[in-house]
Design a protein around this ligand. Structure first.
Ligand code: UT7
Length: 353
């Protein structure tokens, strides 16, 4: 009997503190109407500075996933942590999560994934290979973000800031030999052509971006880069992410359907077989476009961006966990996960729940 990888336990955690669109109008020139119309977002959650970090958010979700999988934290044999907002520049959140959960076994490996919006899909694909080869039996995969610590709350940052929120989701992955259970296929893609179009490039070894300096706000004479934060970066406000929203949008609406169909075609299924599509929660308009193009019914697509905004690596596991809690996904259901974002990187996973 062939071994495949099943999601044995799932959980999510979002901070209590809700920030509405109207709350943001206190800091920047924006409106509830603009944000709702362009993104579908009504509110997002922000974690508490000093009390939380990306790792502690991830740990809350991980504890739930571990409990629901019916295992103990000591049973976890590998950790994969996907985030773009890590606690530290280095080391990564994987080892911090190990410590936070009190996992003292040094046989446990900890891997960090830096694939932004598609980080969870990439993590799932990596975990799937490890499980199928028999190397690990209980992989903890976490996607978590604490965006609120890295956003520009002035009007200049509104194009990025209004979209993002904090949160975490986690799964425990185990081998299964059951028919109609587990991951059927994963598909990973990348195209670095537009790497800087959705990016946070400082600090970094580039030592100053030499391309379109004006566009990214660099002073023309200076080289403000460096692996560590410098005074020049601070003086020039080079401390926030930038996004070419329209370019990302155009690519997203093309790549989402492609990568979903790639997974369905590979396995011989069609869109009508799908019980649930969980798209990365980037923008409700993107999800709506994909749904329409693939002719999916409302009950075949799960969205929760209105409540949480875009939580990047956390968005798919949070949505999957919520959909499962609401009993919208049941055993044997065909579920597709798909993401597109910074890099650009994108991917999909098709599984039987
Ligand atoms: O998960 C990560 C991947 N990211 C994405 O998938 C994002 C994809 N892109 C998007 O979701 C959309 O492009 C955005 C929601 C980011 C922006 O929507 P848009 O319809 O593309 O707006 P825009 O950037 O073309 O801006 C239109 C106008 C501009 O004003 P002018 O130049 O027309 O006067 C902006 O300055 O809206 C202005 N604007 C805002 N106004 C109020 C931009 N952000 C805001 C804001 N509030 N927050």
């Amino acid at each position: 009997m062939a071994i495949s990888t099943k999601i044995a336990g799932i959980g999510h955690y979002v901070p209590e503190h809700e920030v509405t669109n109207n709350d943001l109008t206190k800091y920047m020139d924006t409106s509830d109407e603009w944000i709702r119309e362009r993104t579908g977002i009504q509110s997002r959650r922000y974690a508490k500075k000093h009390e939380n970090t990306t790792t502690t958010l991830g740990a809350e979700a991980a504890k739930i996933a571990i409990e629901r999988a019916g295992i103990k934290k000591e049973d976890v044999d590998f950790i994969i942590f996907a985030t773009l907002s890590p606690d530290y520049y280095f080391p990564g959140c994987g080892v911090l999560l190990q410590r936070e959960l009190g996992i003292t076994n040094t046989e446990v490996g900890a891997l960090d994934i830096r694939n932004q919006c598609s980080g969870f899909i990439y993590g799932l694909s990596v975990a799937d290979q490890f499980i199928k080869t028999g190397m690990y039996k209980n992989i903890l995969l976490v996607g978590a973000e604490m965006h609120s610590m890295g956003l520009d709350f002035s009007t200049e940052g509104r194009g990025v800031t209004v979209i993002f929120g904090d949160g975490a989701g986690a799964v425990i992955l185990q081998p299964t030999e059951k028919e109609n259970q587990g991951i059927l296929t994963t598909h990973l893609h990348s195209d670095g052509t537009h790497a800087e179009e959705l990016a946070f490039i400082n600090p970094g070894s580039h030592g100053g971006y030499h391309g379109d300096r004006e566009k990214y706000g660099f002073p023309s004479e200076d080289k403000p880069g460096g692996i560590y934060m410098t005074q020049t970066m601070l003086d020039n406000d080079l401390i926030y992410p930038n996004m070419n929203g329209q370019l990302v949008f155009k690519n997203a609406v093309k790549k989402f359907p492609e990568v979903i169909m790639e997974a369905l075609n590979k396995t011989g299924y069609s869109t009508t077989d799908l019980a649930m599509l969980i798209p990365h929660q980037a923008n409700l308009r993107i999800a709506g476009f994909v749904q329409k193009l693939l002719k999916l019914r409302d009950d075949q697509v799960y969205n929760n961006i209105h409540k949480y905004g875009n939580t990047t690596a956390a968005s798919i596991p949070i949505a999957l966990s919520e959909a499962w809690e609401k009993k919208l996904i049941k055993e044997g259901d065909l579920v597709c996960l798909a993401a597109f974002g910074s890099g650009f990187t994108w991917g999909s996973a098709l599984l039987h729940w």
